[in-house]
Design a protein around this ligand. Structure first.
Ligand code: PLP
Length: 392
């Protein structure tokens, strides 16, 4: 049976389109996970990851597993039963962080904000004044709402309260500036399948020496054997001791995806994401779609717009897929059926994809009875793509 699947235009919140070079790298012959050539490649991947994270933290590892494995590693390694953790929750993925911390036996202090808005750092400072949580955890780009949380004020609050600052950059790493070390982020993790442009299955993580000291000073073993960073580091670090069999082909893929990032240049990649998202936002607004996130807090790799009244969310998305081969995502949690999430991540962030999506959406919205001036979305996006607009 032919098991081949269509090559979709992936404009959801991840996975994103994978570059052919990454697919080719994945099909290289498998070596042993202790083969000297593979060990050399691992060293190279670590060095490139440090450059993407903008941190020279020794412990920088692509965890075997998706972004959630990175999230779990970032919490269970540093939390022991009874420890106090503050989680800033403004969406689906922060709630997952809180759940993991709770399962690790930590006492979770949730600072909740309405979905669609960023957390107010002044409120966090007030709530934590005179208190000393072991960890302050936040999601940088909340993929359920499209809100990007400014990190600088929170980094300061974490420093003042002596907490380890743990940041989820699953959706944002590689697509927008994140200066892990300069900001004083102690633990930062991501996922391979979004702005890094690799298939799903790896979760790059980096941990400061301060965080590793906290790990080494634990009184109880990390409750997850697989994700215990001291064990994983024995394989990825100089000891080269077997821990678990590395997902070899995925590491080849990540290596090539990181090569592509270096060839493009990290700053150029950030700029590309910002530019194409500005064009998409202009086009979506011209189609009459209302954005969820306030303009100054929008993610440059994910737009979120409300499904207009009377429009069938599922029908539009399945027509986009069947007729135009384009995937976008619907809402999560309270936004189920009410929100569209359009991603421009990694190789998916192109001018061509912006124009195609807007043209297709205009047609499908018209079929649903939502009319806009002919070509309005495409024209608005084009206007922001002119060389003058780009350099303004
Ligand atoms: N954190 C954020 C912000 C995400 O967007 C996602 C996935 O979409 C995750 C965590 C979980 O990652 P994964 O689905 O790869 O396990």
């Amino acid at each position: 049976m032919d098991s081949s699947l269509p090559q979709r235009i992936l404009l959801g919140p991840g996975p994103s389109v994978v570059d052919p070079r990454v697919y080719r790298a994945m099909s290289a012959p498998i070596t042993g996970h202790m083969d000297p050539r593979f060990l050399a490649l691992m060293k190279d991947v670590r060095a490139k990851l440090r450059r993407v994270f903008r941190a020279d933290y020794e412990v920088t590892i692509p965890i075997s597993g998706t972004g959630s494995a990175g999230m779990e590693a970032a919490l269970v390694n540093f939390l022991e039963p009874g420890d106090w953790v503050c989680v800033l929750s403004a969406g689906f993925f922060a709630a997952r962080m809180a759940d993991i911390a709770h399962r690790a036996g930590a006492r979770v202090h949730l600072i909740e904000t309405e979905w669609g808005l960023p957390t107010d750092p002044e409120r966090v400072a007030r709530e934590l004044a005179g208190k000393h949580p072991k960890v302050l955890a936040v999601v940088h780009g909340e993929t359920s709402t499209g809100v990007m949380q400014p990190l600088e004020p929170l980094a300061q609050i974490a420093r003042d309260s002596g907490a380890l600052f743990v940041v989820d950059t699953v959706a944002t790493l590689g697509g927008t500036p994140i200066e892990v070390q300069k900001l004083g982020i102690d633990v930062c993790y991501s996922g391979s399948q979004k702005c890094l442009g690799c298939p799903p299955g790896l979760a790059p993580i980096t941990a400061s020496e301060r965080a590793m000291e906290v790990l080494r000073a634990r009184k109880t073993p990390v409750q997850s054997w697989y994700l215990d960073l001291s064990g994983v580091e024995k394989y990825w670090g100089s000891e080269r001791a077997y821990h678990h069999t590395a997902p070899i082909s995925l590491i080849y893929a990540l290596n090539e995806a990181l090569n592509l990032i270096e060839e493009e240049g990290l700053e150029a990649r950030w700029a590309r994401h910002a530019r194409n998202m500005a064009a998409l936002n202009a086009g979506l607004a011209a189609l009459g779609l209302e954005a969820l996130a306030p303009p100054e807090y929008r993610m440059p790799m994910l737009a979120t717009v409300r499904v207009p009244a009377g429009v069938d969310d599922a029908r539009v998305r399945s027509r986009l897929l069947d007729r135009f081969n384009i995937e976008i995502a619907g809402g999560l949690g309270p936004f189920k059926g009410k929100l569209w999430r359009v991603g421009l991540m990694g190789s998916s962030s192109t001018e061509a994809n912006v124009l195609l999506l807007l043209a297709a959406l205009e047609m499908l919205l018209a079929e649903e009875g939502v009319m806009s001036a002919r070509g309005a979305g495409v024209a608005a996006a084009q206007a922001s793509m002119t060389p003058e607009a780009v350099h303004a």
